[in-house]
Ligand binder design. Structure first.
Ligand code: GLU
Length: 488
């Protein structure tokens, strides 16, 4: 047996050497990089989302959608490339997020529900949404949870809504509902619209985005108080990405970027009004198909996007060829007598002539604009001139320049246009008084309709009544080229 001293004497040098070796090896191996460091080193932010109108889809310019736009800005902020992946359903989305080599973030219109917070971490909220019970016009309006009993209800599998209905069962044991992972929110709304199910539960932002396609879809009641949407990150204790994400979301909230995105994607119902939104859907199905051919022909003849012309037609007359206003303008494109004559339109109430005349006039205006105004602003300026006349628009551009703003940017000129109706300003202009606020609304509304018309060819809408109508126009592929859609 060794004495303690002998042990110390024999072992200490060995223990010391091992300790030094261990220390040295610890020093030579760099510490594991944080998630954020890894993203920055690889130069890629991998994000998983859902392919739906409210999150991520392709439109006339390529990839778009509220979540896409927001997360793209985040990637830019990080100085890395964005790589989007889509999951077929919510369960798959969360399972991908939890894989060690999977995407680091889910940006998919996700409610940070209690159940989910056990399997993922949620960022600060970027949108408040209300879960809404949806029913079909013509049926009795459900107005309280008890009205859900005995109804055929379908919601997305793995959704916050399935979770919510499940907990409602504690209070209403007779409540029954079905879940599906083979559908998206747009399908649920279509199924209500077509009467295949009685009710569904969707978030208010999803409804806002889709209401314009479904004329029979109505809100029964809000099932609960608003909930918060956030981005989900895989659970773990590395907070580097979460902190960066929160700092980014706080920043876009403060600098107005977030609000602009909300207006663009979810603002339809605000702009059109709730009734306006489903009225638009009705007109889209019942009126537009009658004139679509004329819009396409006229647009092609003048190198304009037909959906822009159609959007103008909706703004002017709600696609009614016999529209007449008190100010003497008339027809589907609401041409004045003078413009009609100049465009060789003999009968303004003839839809084809009106559309052809309107297209010709718009193309002419666009050509006359100064070369410094480039797209997409050029289109918005042309629309403004169509509405208020080129002289007044020129006045507004001069005033804009005098203010130190950019007369070639629509964002700047539209701020100044309303001044044309104030004496202190219009008295200094060449063409005098004009209702300058009007072209601002005119352009804003047309842009809104134009967006909606572009979104009508979303693949997600395939199979709907809308898609089956002649309205189903060629879609746009990833490269921004038009591609023929399959025959339904
Ligand atoms: N927001 C829902 C969720 O978090 C999914 C989309 C919806 O149904 O509106 O599960």
């Amino acid at each position: 047996m060794f004495s303690q001293t002998a042990f110390r004497r024999r072992c200490t040098p060995w223990v010391l050497a091992t300790g030094i070796l261990l220390l040295m090896s610890g020093c030579s191996e760099p510490p594991k990089p944080s998630t954020l460091e890894r993203i920055q080193k690889e130069g890629v932010l991998r994000v998983v989302t859902r392919n739906s109108p409210a999150t991520y889809f392709q439109d006339r310019n390529g990839e778009t959608g509220f979540e896409y736009e927001l997360v793209k800005r985040f990637a830019e902020d990080l100085g890395v490339e964005l790589k989007i992946e889509t999951a077929d359903n919510l369960d798959e989305l969360f399972s991908r997020l939890s894989q060690p080599d999977g995407p680091v973030l889910a940006a998919a219109g996700l409610v940070g529900s209690e159940g989910r917070k056990r399997q993922a971490r949620f960022s600060h909220s970027y949108l408040q949404v209300t879960p809404q019970i949806i029913y079909r016009d013509g049926q009795t309006r459900p107005s309280r949870p008890e009205d859900l009993l005995g109804k055929r209800i379908l919601v997305l599998k793995g959704s916050s809504h399935a979770e919510q209905l499940e907990s409602l069962k504690a209070r209403l044991p007779g409540l029954q509902f079905e879940v599906s992972d083979a559908v998206e929110v747009v399908d649920l709304l279509r199924m209500v619209d077509e009467g295949q199910i009685d009710l569904t539960l969707v978030d208010s932002n999803e409804l806002a985005m889709n209401q314009v396609y479904f004329s029979k879809v109505r809100v029964g009641f809000d099932l609960s108080d608003p909930s918060s949407l956030g981005w989900a990150l895989a659970s773990g204790d590395d907070n580097s990405l979460l902190e960066k994400t929160n700092a980014f979301l706080d920043k876009v909230e403060q600098n107005g970027t977030l609000q602009r995105l909300k207006d663009r994607y979810y603002g339809h119902v605000d702009v059109l009004g709730y009734v306006g939104a489903y009225t638009f859907a009705k007109h889209l199905q019942q009126r537009l198909p009658r004139y679509e051919g004329f819009f396409r022909q006229a647009a092609q003849a003048h190198g304009i996007d037909w959906r822009l012309l159609a959007a103008m037609g909706y703004q002017e007359s709600l696609w009614q060829p016999d529209a007449i206003s008190k100010t003497g303008v008339r027809g589907l494109m609401m041409l004045t007598q003078r413009t009609a004559q100049a465009m060789a339109v003999s009968n303004r109430l003839d839809a084809k002539q009106s559309i052809t005349g309107g297209a010709k006039y718009l193309a002419q205006i666009q050509e006359q604009l100064p070369a410094e105004i480039v797209e997409p602003d050029r289109t918005w300026f042309a629309l403004a001139a169509y509405n208020i006349g080129n002289g007044h628009l020129e006045d507004a551009r001069r005033l804009t320049e005098a203010e130190g703003l950019n007369p070639n940017k629509w964002l700047d000129v539209k701020q100044i246009l309303p001044r044309l109706s104030q004496k202190q300003w219009y008295s200094k202009t060449r063409h005098g008084y004009a209702r300058g606020g009007e072209p601002v609304h005119f352009v804003a509304n047309i842009r809104r309709y134009y967006d909606i018309l572009t979104w009508v060819n979303l693949p997600q809408l395939e199979g709907s009544q809308l898609a089956e109508s002649s309205l189903h126009v060629p879609g746009i592929d990833k490269a921004g080229n038009e591609k023929p859609l399959p025959q339904l």
